[in-house]
Design a protein around this ligand. Sequence first.
Ligand code: C2E
Ligand code: MG
Ligand code: MG
Ligand code: MG
Length: 283
Amino acid sequence: YVAKNSHTGVRVYTSDDDRNSPRRLAMVADLREAIQRRDLVVVFQPKLSTATGLVVGAEALARWHHPVHGFVPPDEFIPLAEHSGLIRPLTLHVLEVSLRRCASWRRMGHDMHVAVNLSPNSLQEHDLPDIVERLLGQAGVPASALTLEITESSIMADPTGALVILDRLHALGVKLAIDDFGTGYSSLGRLRELPIHEMKIDRSFVQRIAVDHRDRAVVRSAVQLGHALDLMVVAEGVEDEETLLHLRREGCNLVQGYYISKPLPADEFADWLTARVPQLGGA
Ligand code: C2E
Ligand code: MG
Ligand code: MG
Ligand code: MG
């Protein structure tokens, strides 16, 4: 059957589809080809300091325009890649493109970092730190300018194994962020043990803080916890000025969301960066 997809009107497969359904297998084949041909696009969304109004970095997000079905959202093709052995080449592609772009922003004089999302599977791959080190060297980007975003659940799958890899990445100087904070089942004790630098509060808690005092209380506690653990606290999903002002008042360090900018293709992002004058000025 054909279900609705908000972008194209047609859903190309559903999670109910059998692992081996022809439709799903065809999508896997198309995704493999897209990765091999480097047809997957990487877009970038700025991360802004609430204190200075300066752009300090960008999150890289993968985009797939299927030749027949059109735009396929990451929430569909990332799980597909994870379950079909394609997440490793996908991640390496996104990493390589992101580091190359980051190098070019830095050459333009922007002191920027780039953040790349990792799937749970990546935290089981013992050569990941070596690969990251090699890609950093190739791009000429310092390790401290790369942030890797991981979710709480991806650590919980195999905490001991994941910690070995995270420690090695940390030793390289790469920064680690906990993504979608608040949506997983992380024990707070575990959070304290991890070599992380940044906490990203999930947008489901952020989006209504201007209108809901309970959401505000949740975000306030998350910011306090983050700061108590010496983390940079980032809010995702900031869609209006009021939300931004609340977050600044709560002491949230960085913000990301449509109010600042939607994720942009690399060339547009570079233009946006150059044209932008700090609008917040710490006022
Ligand atoms: P995420 O890492 O939590 O990324 C943030 C998501 O929020 C992105 O969705 C972004 O476009 C969206 N977003 C940003 N600002 C706003 C806003 O103001 N309002 C709303 N409503 N949404 C906002 P996107 O690009 O669809 O990606 C969804 C998820 O797919 C990501 O969540 C991430 O978990 C995963 N993903 C995307 N690219 C990659 C990738 O290269 N590798 C891996 N492993 N996962 C990826
Ligand atoms: Mg992320
Ligand atoms: Mg997130
Ligand atoms: Mg999210």
